[in-house]
Design a protein around this ligand. Structure first.
Ligand code: ADP
Length: 402
């Protein structure tokens, strides 16, 4: 079938993000987000071309929310298509595909069942992805739906890097292992860098740093993920906006007994109240913490020092894993827009052949550009991520091959 317009959906617990992509031109035709689905004060923010509108709507559940998305796409005033039959397929971003989903999958009854089996691995995300799939079944019946997984890119990580040092039976019995996340983004920036520098993907040795609210570093060899900082859940690895990142696991039972915390309370603590927010006591938002750093706030300084140090530690350990890297990529909110953080992460790495150009770094905010010094052995690039485009591309490829 000819696939041209693909609706990409990212359904969260109380939000629906969407993007209508043209696959031939690899362009975004329109995009937006519905916040507070099922709550008071639901808002739809929609943008296409240079226009951005915010409308209060009523959406009691994901089906009503996605119905509003389709309505705004076909509306005579704000719309971009004439009717819903112009949408050829829907691509869903799925956070956790467990050990079962190694590549994109077309939705069938069996696939939905497998997705349900993955619920317990990401209980805050996967049930809502399934709600989005069911909503499309009722709003756009018979349209192909493709699932693209944030974990799939990391399925190439070898067993000695993805198994934890627990008794082996837990790996066999419960599939407890490193899965890794942000795979869609790491894959996109890898492909984009390959096109930009004109080096085939199979010849690339690189380290991709996705630094947003959630953050992870990935070692990519020949286009395949060979290790990544996130683990069984997105908690492992870097210190993030509200997540601890790496920490001795013995801290958890100790804290639980000291402060009489229940498992759900400790989950909230390490996932939602820690990291940059927990250390700075100010915010999880890097911009706010950077402002306070400039005002001389010592906790803001500590939070930023910790954030940058962890990223540096992962980058340098992956240089060892890859036996040297040719490229380092920065992407996502912080990675794309903060020259200060990029500079701080890569300072004092001359002995590893990494040198940033202060001038090129300062000039680069959210555009694709090289920011390393001319005599840097490792080339450093900023590559804005575009997860929706990977999902649209993979949706088209899967449908073209049917
Ligand atoms: P998410 O992980 O939610 O997709 P983003 O990739 O949008 O997040 O990144 C959000 C983070 O990027 C926030 O911490 C935000 O403060 C940070 N950020 C955005 N713009 C800037 C900037 N100009 N300088 C520093 N940090 C920024």
């Amino acid at each position: 079938m000819a696939v041209e317009k693909i609706l990409v959906l990212n359904c969260g617990s109380s939000s629906v993000k969407y993007e209508l992509c043209s696959v031939s031109g690899e362009t975004c035709l329109a995009k937006g987000e519905i916040e507070a689905v099922g709550c008071e004060g639901t808002i739809l923010v929609h943008s296409h071309a240079d226009k951005k509108i915010k409308v209060p709507i009523s959406a009691r559940d994901h089906t009503e929310a996605i119905n509003e998305v389709v309505n705004i796409l076909i509306s005579s005033e704000t719309g971009i298509i004439k009717n819903k039959s112009e949408i050829n397929a829907v691509g869903h971003r799925i956070v956790h595909g467990g050990a079962y989903f190694k590549e994109p999958a077309i939705v069938t009854e069996e696939v939905k069942k497998k997705l349900e089996d993955c619920f317990e691995l990401a209980p805050l995300h996967t049930p809502h992805h399934l709600k989005g799939i069911m909503a499309i079944e009722s709003i756009l019946p018979n349209i192909p739906q493709i699932l693209v997984f944030d974990t799939a890119f990391h399925q190439t990580i070898p067993n000695y890097a993805h198994i934890y040092g627990l008794p082996y039976r837990f790996y066999e019995k419960y599939n407890i292992r490193k899965y890794g996340f942000h795979g869609i983004s790491h894959q996109y920036v890898t492909e984009k860098l390959s096109q930009t520098v004109g080096v085939p993907i199979t010849d690339l040795k690189l380290i991709s740093c996705h630094l947003g609210n959630g953050a992870s570093v990935c070692a990519v060899l020949g286009g395949q993920s060979v290790d990544t900082s996130m683990g069984f859940t997105p908690l492992e690895g870097l210190m993030m906006g509200t997540r601890t990142g790496d920490m001795d696991p013995a801290v958890i039972p100790y804290l639980m007994s000291k402060d009489s915390l229940k498992p759900n309370e400790v989950q909230t603590l390490i996932n939602k109240q820690s990291g940059i927010l927990g250390i700075s006591g100010i915010s999880s938002d890097m911009r706010t913490v950077l402002d306070e750093y400039e005002n001389g706030n010592s906790k803001a300084r500590l939070a930023i020092d910790m954030f940058c140090y962890r990223v540096k530690k992962y980058i340098t350990s992956y240089i060892g894993v890859l036996n040297g890297a040719d490229y380092i990529i920065f992407t996502a909110g912080i990675g794309e827009r903060s020259p200060f953080i990029r500079g701080k992460i890569l300072e004092n790495l001359q002995s590893l052949g990494i040198k940033i150009s202060g001038k090129k770094n300062d000039l680069c905010v959210s555009n694709i550009a090289e920011i390393s010094a001319d005599d840097s052995n490792v080339k450093v690039y900023v590559v804005p991520t575009n997860e929706a485009m990977v999902i649209a591309r993979q949706t088209r490829i899967l449908l073209d091959n049917m």
